[in-house]
Design a protein around this ligand. Sequence first.
Ligand code: PLP
Length: 376
Amino acid sequence: MNAKIWLSSPHMGGTEQAFVKEAFDTNWVAPLGPNVNGFEQDLSLFLGEGTHVAALSSGTAGLHLGLVLLGVKAGDEVICQSMTFSASANPIAYVGATPVFVDSEDETWNMSPVLLEKAIKDRMEKGKKPKAIIPVHLYGMPAKMHELMAVANRYDIPVLEDAAEALGSSINGKMCGTFGAIGILSFNGNKIITTSGGGALVSNKSDVVEEARFLSTQARDAAPHYQHSKIGYNYRISNLCAGVGRGQMEVLAKRIEQRRAIYQQYVNRLSGVRGITLLTEPTGYFSNRWLSAILIDPSLAGFSREDLRLEFEKDNIESRPLWKPMHLQPIFSSYAYYGDGTCEKLFENGLCLPSGSNLTQADMDRVFAVIDRMIK
Ligand SMILES: *Cc1c(COP(=O)(O)O)cnc(C)c1O
């Protein structure tokens, strides 16, 4: 059997272990320490002036804290992009709120500003103004943030931006994660950089980030004894994981370049192939190309995305259908949904291809050999 080719696997840069070793040598084996502070500084420098960052145990924790910080409570409604990973929506349930799902538009595969406004109007007519909006930058492609923010601002609803897949993506130079009132990042094992598991909460308001740090370390009031006047969480990142993150930050720019080069190989080989389309960047948009994905129209291509996925599987190559929309998930199917069929079609015809920055040319040759077999 050929060696497994993964969709996206961890890719260390080389200095991560030195940061972790220093943590051991100085006994900072705790959810605080120099690596946590250093990782936060690296991230805020990368995201741009005025960006404050709290490093956390996961992106999911960031979304949960984000909702808490925005004051979302039990019984409230929160609008969420349907086309996403379940971690965007689960924290809505953690706070006892109700999700309202909104479809994507087909230029970025992310939340449609038109359908967002339709959803807000309809929820308000039904008697409840949504308390927050969660757009997602899926596969690294920025959502239409200017248009989405314009709608959100018109109704004065805060945006919690899920940039878990989009570290380094931007619109006209402004980084994903910095558009909304609060943004979140993920450093899970399959993301563009990883701390094995980790995440961050981002805001241009330092007091919001300070409060995130407070809540994420059990909300301990200033007192010699343990005293609490708020519900706390254990969501801070460990100083060991943050050490891995500091090493990864040294190679982030290179990882983005490498992922974009993989995407370009797919463009070079597949553009012009009947029935296969790739997602292009709208003017001013920059995607980190975390995952390269294609759409296959079976009536034109002569094969479906499932045919191709199974063919990859035979050669021990991992590929994956585009994320199944939340409104189609058994756990979320009973909630309100505003759509026009876009993300259902994306799910039906879309496939994520091997995209890791550590793929070798030999790996890519294997991937293309399978695709070539199907195209014939
Ligand atoms: C990975 C991911 C998350 C969750 O991040 P974790 O660090 O794994 O908790 C949230 N949203 C999206 C879109 C993701 O891809």
